[in-house]
Design a protein around this ligand. Sequence first.
Ligand SMILES: [Zn+2]
Length: 224
Amino acid sequence: MKKAICLCSGGMDSTVAAAIGKQNCQELYLFHINYGQKAEAKEKDAVRKIKDALDAKIAFVDIEFFRNLSALTSAKAPIPLANEVQLDSTITPPTWVYCRNLVFVSLAAAYAESINAEKIFVGFNAEEGQSYPDNRPEFVNRFNSLLEKAVASFSRPPQIDAPLINMFKADIVRKGIDVAAPMHLSWSCYLNGEDHCGECESCQHRRRGFKEAGVKDLTTYTSV
Ligand SMILES: [Zn+2]
């Protein structure tokens, strides 16, 4: 495959997906979206480092729409920390961003069509899929079907490739080691601190993933 893109937040999952993408194409573009998230400066910095580590290219997109629509993007809404995080919650958490993956893969597909990339690698996985339908195989399959009708008549429809879709965090860490993904450069925290906070939902998942995988976690966390 000549060209592929990877929807890359700079987090661990998309970093592993990017490393897999890089093994499968000649030119990889990391596609990163700034949607007003609190951690954007750290995420963007991580994506730049991952780009260098994988010898990839980069595309940044800014969208204003999501500002203030989630605890991830609103200065007024705090990020749940430590035991405020409801991992088994039956209600929508304040960190949910409305239809985010649908919007993001649509933008990624537009970019893929514009550069004639064949695939869009994503870090969707079974861990997130437990809570969120837009991380499940059915979402990917339906969107790929839709893409066949979404591009110009003479364009080749790009397809989403979700290599982690059946994996939980520990599996993703092991896979990351297998494919030499630069996980140590990734940024998972919802906050914008000097180091990972260790207490937000995303940090808790990251910590547990390394621990369960039995892999040394090189991340520095503010909380012990
Ligand atoms: Zn955190």
